[in-house]
Design a protein around this ligand. Structure first.
Ligand SMILES: Cc1cc2nc3c(=O)[nH]c(=O)nc-3n(C[C@H](O)[C@H](O)[C@H](O)COP(=O)(O)O)c2cc1C
Length: 322
């Protein structure tokens, strides 16, 4: 590990660390209007939501690292106290990148980026028609987070009106595949938060899980199971009873097994066929005990990686240990 004290680092290096380690970040596409009516549109990824009562979001139009000057968004927001923040979706990511170009204050980035302004209801800055999630906001507070180049300015904003495309909703919540958001990583990297980039983690059980310290020692000290695998098991309310495991094992053993070689085990592992893996382990009671235990842990790891916690338990608890 590197151990770095920000006091000994350049602002640029600290900035690069934050960009890489605090990622992917949601992106606020912020529209503002200057006192004399010039519209501005810029993306900001130092952004998040911080409360629902009242709905509160914040982003940071930082002081430029290059020369310590402030951005048009900062000036417009402090002058007028109004903005619209819209979500950035994959469909408009190239256009918002274009809008981030440092055009002079008199230039309207809607025109430059080809995005369409649409009148807001509660504030002056226009909404971006192409974004399916828009928040009309008023500035509650602009907090200065430092002095000089690269310092942050936290714009804390209260949402006074949401506009959300109806077709985003599935079962009453915004569906990630439908909204297809993008996040910002370091350098020129972005993340598309939909499709195969997403995965589900089941919520911890209502009653408390047994925890790592509640796992049998031969499981907790496994050199094969990962921290994620152990956490999946530790999320169980109790260690399954021997009878229930025995019943599942009995059903598995009832099916015909053609081959019980180690090669067949490896083939099944490559194919992700966890049931056959376990049936081979169960059939091979002639095997060296340590080797058989290793195979049972590999079976459990494959099962847990596929989200099958029950089969994981079966693999781990079905081998008699003396
Ligand atoms: C995806 C993306 C995220 C950005 N995030 C930030 C940010 O969090 N803070 C910031 O000051 N600038 C950020 N920038 C740069 C600003 O968008 C850029 O400086 C812009 O020109 C500022 O415009 P303005 O002067 O019209 O306000 C980001 C740029 C991109 C493309």
């Amino acid at each position: 590990m590197l151990h770095l004290d920000p006091k000994d680092m350049s602002v640029r290096d600290a900035h690069l660390l934050l960009l890489g380690g605090v990622a992917p970040r949601p992106i606020a596409l912020v529209s503002t209007v200057s006192d004399d009516g010039v519209v501005n549109l810029s993306p900001f990824s130092f952004f998040n939501a911080f409360g629902a009562n009242p709905p509160t979001v914040a982003f940071s139009p930082s002081t430029r690292g290059r020369d310590g000057t402030r951005k048009d968004t900062y000036y417009n927001l402090t002058a007028t106290k109004e903005c619209v923040i819209q979500a950035v979706t994959y469909d408009i990511v190239q256009q918002i990148s274009l809008a981030s170009t440092e055009y002079p204050p008199e230039v309207d980035e809607f025109v430059k980026s080809g995005l369409t302004p649409e009148a807001s209801e509660m504030v002056k800055p226009p909404r971006v028609k192409e974004s399916p999630f828009q928040m009309e906001c008023i500035l509650k507070e602009m907090v200065s987070l430092g002095e000089g180049p690269g310092s942050g300015n936290l714009a804390i904003c209260q949402v006074v009106k949401f506009h959300v495309a109806e077709d985003l909703f599935v079962g009453g919540v915004i569906d990630p595949d439908h909204i297809d958001l993008v996040g910002r990583n370091s350098a020129n990297w972005y993340t598309r938060a939909s499709g195969s980039a997403m995965f589900e983690v089941p919520k911890p059980v209502d009653r408390q899980g047994i925890g790592f310290d509640g796992l049998p020692e031969h499981i907790r000290k496994s050199t094969i199971l990962t921290g994620n695998n152990l956490a999946q098991l530790a999320n169980s309310e109790e260690i399954p009873a021997a009878e229930a495991i025995g019943e599942s094992i009995g059903q598995l053993q009832a099916a015909r097994l053609h081959e019980t070689t180690i090669e067949a085990f490896h083939r099944s592992e490559r194919l992700g066929d966890i049931e056959t893996m376990l049936r081979i382990v169960l059939a091979r009671d002639d095997m060296d005990a340590d080797e058989r235990e290793r195979l049972s842990h590999r079976t459990a790891r494959s099962a847990l990686d596929q989200g099958d916690v029950w089969l994981g338990w079966c693999a781990l608890l079905s081998i008699r240990r003396d």
